[in-house]
Design a protein around this ligand. Structure first.
Ligand code: UTP
Length: 266
């Protein structure tokens, strides 16, 4: 059973500058709630019991958001505005935090969750990737494959040819209800191995931590998750699942605006 999940939220959010100088990308509003609220809710709706949010020095607003606000609650009560207390409700789940000293890459952020995870399978949700689906939440779709196979599962999405250079792209073969991953290429400049890109939902077994520890810094000094996945591929099967639903990357302004419109109506 997958009970725990890591949400890496310590990146600099450079694509969203200048707002991210002062507001973390994960705290950008979607309606009147910040993006990360919905990501934690997705974890809850997928059956996760504990999440670890990886933050950084300049992102205390994420901790503040998931804290209880006794003062506001008291104020609303004293003004007979109890009906507004529902706006202070948080997703019902235990939330833990750890700080990444500096943004050394997604792989490094996930490695910080090693002690939190212990010896269990776990989920990873990237808080800038959203999937709006009328079926099960994105993470749950992967958990269903994990339940059947007991193997690591990576979320995939078909992406237009000219966009593949921005993603990890897999080579794989079709199985009954999933794809067996044979190779994964990070941001292929030419000849992408397929049109299936990795999107920000994963189920890993704790073996990934050993691979993350073995990964060396890439050209940009970052510890890449893709390199650890490649390492894992050498020792065990990894599956991919094409996630059903519409995907939005809030690091892309047009997609953020579109998502904002959708969520404001909810
Ligand atoms: P991204 O690369 O999409 O986010 O990482 P970023 O680096 O913040 O944004 P850009 O590319 O500069 O615009 C995916 C997720 O991983 C987290 C980010 O916060 C984001 O939610 N991340 C990334 C970390 O937690 N630590 C890192 O070192 C890198």
């Amino acid at each position: 059973m997958v009970r725990k999940a890591i949400i890496p939220a310590a990146g600099y959010g450079t694509r969203n500058l200048p707002i991210t100088k002062a507001i973390p990308k994960e705290m950008l509003p979607l309606g009147l709630k910040p993006a990360i609220h919905y990501i934690v809710e997705e974890a809850v709706q997928s059956g996760i019991e504990q999440v670890l949010i990886v933050t950084s020095k300049s992102k205390s607003s994420i901790l503040d958001y998931f804290d209880h606000s006794m003062e506001l609650e008291a104020l609303l009560r004293s003004k007979n505005k109890e009906y507004m207390l529902k706006h202070l409700e948080l997703p019902k789940i235990r939330v833990f935090f750890i700080r990444q000293p500096y943004a050394k890459g997604l792989g490094d952020a996930i490695l910080l969750g090693k002690e939190f995870v212990g010896n269990e399978p776990f989920g990873v949700l990237l808080p800038d990737d959203f999937v709006i689906s009328n079926q099960a939440p994105a993470l749950k779709q992967l958990m269903d494959v994990f339940k059947e196979t007991n193997r690591d599962v990576i979320g995939l999405k078909q992406v237009k040819q000219d966009q593949l250079k921005n993603y990890g792209v897999i080579k794989g073969s079709n199985k009954a209800n999933h794809i067996e991953i044979e190779n994964i290429v990070e941001k292929p400049k030419n000849d992408p191995p397929s049109n299936l890109a990795v999107i920000g939902r994963y189920i890993f077994t704790p073996e990934i931590f050993k691979c993350l520890e073995d990964v060396e810094e890439g050209v940009d000094g970052e510890i890449q998750l893709t390199d650890a996945i490649k390492g894992l591929l050498g020792t065990q099967s990894i599956y991919g699942k094409i996630i059903s639903g519409d995907r939005y990357d809030i690091g892309i302004l047009e997609e953020y605006v579109e998502l904002m419109n959708i969520m404001s109506k909810k």
